[in-house]
Design a protein around this ligand. Structure first.
Ligand SMILES: N[C@H](CCC[C@H](N)C(=O)O)C(=O)O
Length: 280
């Protein structure tokens, strides 16, 4: 079975087009994702992205994290999917509709010499109500809410972009104990479906630095939905304006929270290689 190895700012994925080929039986998707995403025993990736036919969009994008859990949406992956569909999938449209478990997203391609140089994605609207994150607790939004973890009090802002995000503002992201705090927040009982975690250092009202601990994948070099959640949290806390350069370890995403309440994410997408997965 053919796959493409793709990434958005180093957040990397194994992309398998199931519009053109059948997924072999015998192994469930979670097991396959864990096996194929393993950095030594497999191809190595933050996740497995499967494309399926869709009755209401150009394609349905299914996202499986490297731990085998399924995610509602993935910002870096959707840019790679749009590039793949245009350059290899026969969908010669500059504006596409990609169905996800978080709704139908709308990527617009930025073309240079017939190639996809970047992708600007309408990521939809943020969900701020606690039960929509989802998060346990009284109704309302979660903005700079105290959360006690091992005797330390953190102030969190929770945003869903279809998938859950816990955003914390810190003076220096390099000083954050990402490997210690990340998994404890990811699996905190306040988040019944776990959560992605973003540590954010505000540089100025239009630039931030972010380090991410992703639900189901751990530390990644970039997180598109996380960058969107970061800007929503930055505006809600009056730390940033609505158009922000989000600097992640793998590179920079431009995020705009427009007057239509939609988040727009602009960034690159890369195809590294293609290969064959032996069909057992
Ligand atoms: N680990 C995430 C999915 C991937 C999101 C991230 N890679 C992005 O670019 O948005 C989750 O379980 O919600």
């Amino acid at each position: 079975m053919q796959f493409f190895k793709v990434h958005g700012l180093g957040n990397d994925f194994i992309l398998v087009d199931l519009v053109k080929q059948e997924w072999p039986g015998g192994e469930n998707l979670s097991e396959s994702a864990r096996r194929l995403c393993h950095r030594q025993f497999g191809i190595g990736a933050d996740g497995l992205v499967l494309l399926h036919p869709s009755p209401r969009a150009d394609v349905f994008m299914q996202v499986i994290n490297s731990d085998g859990s399924e995610a509602e949406m993935c910002g870096n992956a959707i840019r790679c999917v749009a590039k793949y569909l245009y350059e290899r999938g026969g969908i010669k449209k500059e504006v596409m509709h990609i169905e996800t478990r978080a709704g139908v997203m709308v990527p617009r391609l930025v073309l240079e010499n017939g190639r996809v140089a970047a992708v600007r994605v309408d990521m939809g609207i943020p969900r701020l109500e606690r039960q929509d994150i989802p998060m346990i607790g009284p109704p309302g939004s979660v903005i700079k809410e105290p959360l006690v973890l091992e005797g330390q009090t953190f102030h969190i802002t929770a945003v869903s972009m279809g998938n859950p995000h816990c955003v914390l503002f810190v003076p220096d992201v390099e000083q954050v104990d990402l490997y210690g705090l990340g998994p404890k927040l990811e699996k905190h009982p306040l988040f019944p479906r776990k959560t992605n975690v973003e540590f954010v250092q505000v540089l100025n009202r239009s630039e931030v630095r972010v380090r991410v601990w992703e639900r189901g994948a751990g530390p990644t070099l970039a997180c598109g939905t996380g960058a969107c959640a970061t800007v929503v949290a930055g505006v809600l806390n009056n730390y940033t304006d609505r158009e922000v350069k989000v600097h992640l370890p793998g590179g920079t995403l431009l995020i705009e929270w427009k007057e239509d309440n939609h988040l727009y994410m602009t960034g690159p997408a890369e195809e590294i290689f293609c290969g064959q997965i032996p069909c057992s």
